[in-house]
Design a protein around this ligand. Structure first.
Ligand code: CDP
Ligand code: MG
Length: 743
């Protein structure tokens, strides 16, 4: 019988006054309990005593450093460079003790499921271990992340640990941003990017190892990847597959991968005291703010992590905290506020990892990105209101929205655990954990599937209904996706890819947007359309609206809408871009016009990439700036299902669905009704709002999508045509079933 006993001695870092990880006393007691005879300070790292194998990693330095600190002689550690420190810290991570065992298991098992607590070092260390063990000689190591921020920040951390430039040996790839080179051997990427890579490299030949990280998150792309990499592994016995997860859902992963071996990385977790409030919260943000100050004033040192739902809420909380600091006379140096969310500019993202200066307390305001994807050291207190934003799709109406939803019990545990990583922690919950569902529903069961279905079709997978899903999506969601792809012309009546579909799949954007781009060829305005597509892809951050200059900002924005007649949001976006281009992409111009120059630069970047892809599929770049009708028709070529008609009461009604929708208050067409509109997307806040709307002529619907709209639709006020389309989709399904096993 052999038992491994590992003691990982954690070193001091300059700003901490207490030990991280195992304390000297605990290590000693563990050691005594085993009746070992190895003394602390022994240079031997491994000893077999009474049939037990003891591993003392770094024990010698453990004793030295702690005694040094006791006598106040901890010189030297201040002068280490960041890279040196990062490299040394590697050895202090819980996973370090299991390095060799892990490598052996990976060698012996093609598929390995690894479970380890967040922060144990899975994401940053495993790829490095594999690199050190020579795997990169055979091919790259790819590691997927559900979130772009995680991919970027982890890659930058690993580059730092290895002392290499980011983008050289270690790089990352996220949508519209490829930070890799020929040299890159360790590649972090979003799960969506690996899915796209499969399109050009179906057997992932350039990889020796694929790590599907954060598997417990069960994002749509991760779920699809499970099935695809499982297949690739069958034809590539040399490929190694690692499924890595932070929760104990491992059995499910193991079962799915034909009883793959599970490896648990034992982590040391400190006890977390949990508190909750019985009263329902009237204004939970207010409670959060108060709790922050209570902790700050009454609790010992340690940083605070607050889980919020998104950028907007984080910004509100930041403002409120700052105001309260002034009210309470708190010095700015006492509390350092550090926001982190996915749209935060890259250079600010890194700041969240910087330790707060001595004597101050860091308050991290994070989305659930900090739940498992990112580990921020030094957190001792967690404040958890218990909500997150999740993607939710209604297959009946085709409405996709981000909904603020209560988190699951599993998430609540993960969040609380963030406070007990480096010492005993405290978690303040603004809810009763008993009210929560045990786990979150996988995204595949609540997402719009059009994009992944198109990808799968392009990979030659015919039968969506018998695809090897870990958890199958609802049948009507699959039908809806097939139906939309058929309507867009990406699939034919037999559910097979068309030429149009093949062109669409080249663009890393939603099918409607890619159809708009492909459709622009016909209207000779591809140059304008890729500009609009790029501007839409940047998201909602083009216009800048500072709190104290809202009127000025709104006036500046409206300048882009006025013409002989009022233009819609798409055309306005085009004008913003072209005006910026006319002034030679000037930052000063952005500033003067209340435009965010960073967003514009990103749009330019995305546009360049879209132009490259147009070239690849052989569509010429043609400009037709003065023919607004042509541009609108091209938009409709992709977005014709998103049509709405004005009602007597000023609201709109979707032409093909019995759904009432409204013009978004941020739209230039707000309060300036046009009878017929096409919109980019629906967002649900207080109402169902159409975001980015443009006016159109109803006859265009019939001109552009005669298979979808009939004259009746644009004459009658309330068409009821859904039934027919359902039937069409059902025949589609039957057809695809017939073609089963064509893979
Ligand atoms: O993947 P897992 O949650 O197991 O851990 P990890 O992401 O590999 O993180 C290991 C350690 O690296 C954490 O304790 C962080 O302190 C550190 N880290 C960091 O400082 N900066 C990052 N961007 C990522 C990780
Ligand atoms: Mg990780």
């Amino acid at each position: 019988q052999k038992k491994r006993f590992a003691v990982v001695a954690q070193r001091y870092s300059e700003r901490r006054s207490s030990m991280r990880g195992v304390t000297e006393q605990e290590a000693w007691e563990d050691h005594q309990a085993q009746k070992g005879t190895v003394r602390f300070g022994s240079k031997d790292k491994k000893k077999v005593i009474d049939g037990y194998e003891f591993v003392f990693d770094d024990l010698a330095s453990f004793v030295e450093e702690s005694s040094e600190v006791k006598t106040g002689r901890h010189r030297g550690c201040y002068s280490r460079t960041v890279a040196e420190k990062a490299r040394e810290e590697r050895e202090l991570l819980p996973i370090h003790a299991y390095r060799d065992e892990l490598l052996k298991l990976i060698e012996e098992n093609q598929v390995l499921v690894i479970v380890g607590e967040t922060g144990s070092g899975k994401t940053t260390q495993i790829p490095q271990y594999l690199q050190e063990a020579g795997y990169t000689k055979r091919g790259k190591i790819g590691c997927t992340q559900p979130r772009r921020v995680a991919a970027m920040s982890v890659a930058s951390r690993v580059a730092q640990e290895e002392g290499v430039k980011l983008g050289h040996e270690v790089g990352y790839s996220i949508r519209f941003e490829d930070c890799t080179s020929d040299k890159t051997v360790v590649k972090y990427m979003t799960d969506g990017m690996l899915l796209r890579e499969l399109l050009t490299e179906p057997k992932l030949d350039s990889y020796s190892v694929i790590i599907i990280d954060e598997a417990h998150e069960r994002t749509l792309c991760t779920d699809i990847l499970f099935a695809l990499v499982k297949d690739v592994a069958k034809v590539r016995p040399d490929l190694r597959l690692i499924i890595s997860s932070a929760t104990l859902e491992a059995k499910k992963f193991s079962d799915y991968f034909d009883s793959a071996r599970i490896y648990l990385i034992p982590g040391r977790r400190y006890p977390v005291e949990k508190f909750f409030r019985r009263l329902p919260e009237v204004d939970y943000l207010e409670t959060v703010i108060r709790t922050v100050f209570q902790i700050h004033q009454t609790e010992p040192t340690g940083d605070i992590l607050v889980f919020l739902t998104g950028q907007e809420e984080i910004e509100t909380a930041e403002t409120k905290l700052k105001l309260r600091m002034i009210d309470l006379g708190t010095k700015g140096s006492e509390i350092i506020i550090s926001p982190i969310y996915s749209n935060l500019p890259t250079e600010l993202q890194a700041k969240v990892f910087e330790p707060a200066p001595k004597g101050s307390r860091k308050v991290v305001l994070a989305t659930n990105i900090a739940e498992t994807s990112l580990t921020i050291d030094g957190i001792r207190y967690v404040i958890d209101p218990g909500y997150c934003k999740i993607n939710s799709y209604n297959p009946r109406t085709g409405m996709e929205s981000l909904l603020v939803t209560p988190i699951s019990k599993a998430s609540a545990e993960q969040r609380a655990g963030r406070s007990g990583r480096t010492g005993p922690g405290k978690c303040y919950r603004l809810y009763n954990v008993k009210d929560l569902e045990p786990t979150t529903i996988p995204e595949i069961q609540r997402a719009n599937l059009a994009s992944v279905v198109l990808t799968l079709k392009s990979l030659g997978i015919q039968d969506m209904f018998n695809f090897d899903f870990m958890d199958a999506p609802p049948e009507n969601a699959l039908l809806k996706a097939l139906e939309l792809l058929y309507a867009l012309g990406a699939l034919d009546g037999n559910g097979e890819m068309t030429k149009v579909g093949e062109r669409m799949v080249e663009f890393p954007v939603d099918p409607m947007l890619s159809k708009m781009i492909v459709g622009s060829e016909k209207y000779k305005c591809s140059a304008e359309i890729i500009t609009i597509a790029a501007m839409l892809s940047v998201g909602n951050s083009i216009f800048y609206r500072p709190k104290n200059q809202q009127v000025l900002a709104d006036n500046a924005r409206m300048n882009f809408y006025v013409d002989t007649e009022k233009v819609g949001d798409h055309i306005a976006l085009l004008r913003v871009y072209n005006s910026w281009k006319d002034v030679n992409y000037s930052t000063q111009w952005c500033y003067e016009n209340y435009i965010q120059s960073k967003s514009m630069k990103r749009a330019r970047d995305i546009r360049d990439q879209l132009r490259g892809l147009l070239n690849k599929i052989g569509i010429e770049l043609t400009s037709n700036p003065n023919d607004l009708d042509a541009i609108k028709k091209a938009i409709l070529a992709g977005f014709f299902p998103h049509s709405a008609k004005l009602q007597k009461d000023g609201s709109y009604r979707r032409v093909k669905e019995p759904q009432t929708v409204y013009v978004h208050p941020n739209s230039g067409l707000f309060g300036a009704p046009s009878k017929w509109l096409v919109y980019h997307e629906l967002v649900l806040t207080t109402k169902e709002y159409m975001r980015h709307t443009t006016e159109m002529k109803p006859e265009w619907l019939i001109e552009i999508a005669p298979h979808y709209y009939k004259l009746k639709d644009i004459e009658e006020s309330q068409p009821k045509k859904t039934q027919r389309r359902r039937e069409k989709a059902r025949t589609l399904k039957v057809d695809t079933n017939k073609k089963k096993a064509k893979r």
